[in-house]
Design a protein around this ligand. Structure first.
Ligand code: NAI
Length: 474
C-alpha cells in the first residue's frame, strides 16, 4: 500500500524524532522509518547509558571518599549487575517517554529498513521510500513531498582488527558488559576513549589508553588536553601518545588481547583482558538508496548545504550522517532547522562555532567557541584569562577543586571567542558561556554578571575578569 506524507524521516534517533515532533507542530503529515528503537544511538548506545554508568562510577568513588567528609559508610562494594540494571531502567524510562511524544504527535512509525527509490511509478522524482518491514510483512511504500535522512553513525573500526564484541569491542559492545575486566586497552584517546577510561578506572579496572596523535582530546584546547592527561595519570590511568599499532602483532585469545605498538621510536607490548576501539565514527549512508539519487556521499558522509538540503533539494540530511560535529544536541537542532526550511520558514544557518561540547569523564571538560590555537590561526590577537577551581570556595566545600576555566577573547573587538572548562560540573555550567558567545559578550560582561556566592559558577566570572588582569581571588 502506498501512503502519502509531507515528510518521511529515515531514522528515529535524537535528530530524527525531534525533527518529527517539530514537523507536526508545523502541520506537516509526518512518518518516521526506524529499523531498531526510537531514540537511536544517544538513548540506547551512547549518551544516556554511558552517562548512567559514569554516574555509578562517580558514586562508587565518592562512597569510598565519604570518610573524608566525616561519613562512616563501612566497606564499600560494587555490584555491577545493579549498575547495569540501573542504566537499563533509565534508558527504558526515556524510551517510553519518546514513544509517548511520538504518539502524542500522531506521527506514524514504520519499524523497518527504509530505502530511497529513484523515479518510479509512484513519483517522477527520486524520494519514494520503500520500507522493508521488520515483522516480515509486505513492504510499505511511502510517498513524501520531502525526505529527511537522519540515519546517524556507527563506530569506526581499524582495518585488520576483527571486532568480536567479546574481547575486542566498540562502544556499542562495551555498554553491555556483564562483568568488569581486570584490565583494558583503549585505542583512541578522543571523547569516547577518555569517558570510558575515566569510568573504568573509577570501577577499579587497570586502563591503558593508546592514542595515535600527539595529545588526547585533540579537538579540545591544548591546555584542556594536558590538564586532563595530568589528572587521569594521577588516578592511575596509563596514557601512551604518538602510538602506531602494529596490527600484525595483534593476538586475541578467549580471555585476553595483546598488541605491539611503536611509540616515540620504542616498540612496546600491551596486554589486557579487553580492548575498546574508539577511533571515531562513520556515517550510516550505505544501503539507504542514495545511489538512486543525485545525493553526494563523501567518506560515508552525505553532503548538504547550509539548509541541510542534499543535491536533491527536496531530500534533506542532518545529524551524524552529514559528519561535522557529531553530537546529539547538534543533530536535533539541525533536524528542527531542516523541517522548518521544508515548511517554508526563514531559517538561519547553524553557527557551528557556538556549540557547547561536553566530556563527561572525571574531571569533566566542556567548551564552546574557538580554542586558543584556532583563534590565532583565524588571525585574532588573543588575550586569555584563566582561573583555577582551587580559588573557588564552593569547589573546596564540595571536595573537588581540580581544574580551571580559560576564557579567550579578541584583543581588538573584545568579544569572547572561546571558553574552555575542566573540573567539577563544567558540563552544566558551559551554557552560560555559550549564551555569552551567542550574545557577543565581552569578558567584562561575563565578569560583571553577578554570580551567586558560594557557587561553582563564580569561576566563570573570575576567569573572564582575569582576561584583563582583574580577577579578585587569585
Ligand atoms: P574522536 O574523533 O573523538 O576521537 C578518536 C581518537 O582516536 C582521536 O584522538 C584519534 O587521534 C585517535 N585515533 C584514530 N585512529 C587511531 C589509531 N589507529 N590508533 C590510536 N588512536 C587513534 O572519536 P570517538 O572518541 O570515537 O567519538 C566519536 C564521536 O562521538 C565524536 O564525534 C564525539 O564527539 C562523539 N561523542 C560525544 C560524546 C559527548 O558529547 N560527551 C560522548 C561520546 C561520543
Amino acid at each position: 500500500m502506498a501512503q502519502e506524507y509531507d515528510v518521511v524521516i529515515l531514522g528515529g534517533g535524537t535528530g530524527g524524532y525531534v525533527a518529527a515532533i517539530r514537523a507536526t507542530q508545523l502541520g506537516l503529515k509526518t512518518a518516521i522509518v526506524e529499523k531498531d528503537k526510537l531514540g537511536g544511538t544517544c538513548l540506547h548506545k551512547g549518551c544516556i547509558p554511558s552517562k548512567a554508568l559514569l554516574r555509578s562510577a562517580e558514586m562508587y568513588t565518592q562512597a569510598k571518599q565519604a570518610t573524608d567528609f566525616g561519613v562512616e559508610v563501612g566497606e564499600v562494594n560494587l555490584n555491577f549487575t545493579v549498575v547495569q540494571q540501573r542504566k537499563e531502567s533509565i534508558v527504558e524510562q526515556l524510551h517510553k517517554g519518546v514513544q509517548g511524544l511520538i504518539k502524542k504527535g500522531k506521527i506514524d512509525v514504520y519499524n523497518g529498513i527504509g530505502r530511497i527509490l529513484g523515479p518510479s511509478i509512484f513519483s517522477p522524482m527520486p524520494g519514494t521510500i520503500s520500507v522493508e518491514m521488520a515483522d516480515g510483512s509486505e513492504n510499505e511504500m511511502l510517498i513524501p513531498t520531502n525526505v529527511l535522512i537522519a540515519t546517524g553513525s556507527q563506530p569506526r573500526t581499524i582495518e585488520g582488527i576483527h571486532v568480536d564484541g567479546q574481547i575486542v569491542m566498540t562502544s556499542d559492545h562495551i555498554l553491555e558488559l556483564e562483568h568488569l575486566p581486570a584490565s583494558i586497552l583503549i585505542i583512541g584517546g578522543g571523547v569516547i576513549g577518555i569517558e570510558w577510561a575515566s569510568m573504568l578506572a573509577d570501577f577499579g579496572v587497570e586502563v591503558t589508553v593508546l592514542e595515535a596523535g600527539e595529545r588526547i582530546l585533540p579537538t579540545e584546547d591544548e591546555d584542556i588536553s594536558s590538564e586532563m592527561e595530568k589528572l587521569l595519570i594521577k588516578r592511575g590511568i596509563k596514557i601512551e601518545k604518538k602510538v602506531q599499532l602494529k596490527i600484525n602483532t595483534l593476538q586475541v585469545t578467549n580471555d585476553q588481547v595483546s598488541v605491539e605498538a611503536e611509540s616515540d621510536d620504542n616498540m612496546k607490548s600491551f596486554t589486557a583482558q579487553k580492548m575498546l576501539i574508539s577511533v571515531g565514527r562513520t556515517g550510516n549512508s550505505s544501503g539507504i538508496g542514495t545511489e538512486n539519487t543525485e545525493i553526494i556521499v563523501e567518506n560515508s558522509y552525505i553532503q548538504v548545504n547550509d539548509f541541510f538540503q542534499t543535491k536533491e533539494s527536496h531530500i534533506y540530511a542532518i545529524g551524524d550522517v552529514i559528519g561535522g560535529v557529531q553530537l546529539a544536541h547538534v543533530a536535533s537542532h539541525e533536524g528542527v532547522l531542516a523541517v522548518e526550511h521544508m515548511a517554508g520558514l526563514k531559517t538561519v544557518p547553524l553557527a557551528y562555532d557556538n556549540i557547547a561540547r561536553c566530556i563527561y569523564s572525571y574531571p569533566e571538560a566542556a567548551s564552546v567557541g574557538l580554542t586558543e590555537k584556532q583563534a590565532s590561526a583565524r588571525g585574532y590577537t588573543v588575550k586569555v584569562g584563566k582561573f583555577p577551581f582551587k580559588g573557588i570556595g564552593k569547589a573546596l566545600v564540595n571536595g573537588n577543586a581540580e581544574g580551571f576555566v580559560k576564557v579567550i577573547a579578541d584583543e581588538q573587538s573584545n568579544d569572547v571567542l572561546g571558553v574552555h572548562m575542566i573540573g567539577p560540573h563544567v558540563t552544566d555550567m558551559i551554557s552560560e558561556a555559550a549564551l555569552g558567545i551567542l550574545l557577543n559578550a565581552t569578558p567584562w560582561e561575563l565578569g560583571a554578571t553577578i554570580h551567586p556566592h558560594p557557587s561553582l559558577s563564580e569561576v566563570i566570572g573570575e576567569a573572564a575578569l582575569a582576561v584583563d588582569g582583574r580577577a579578585i581571588h587569585f
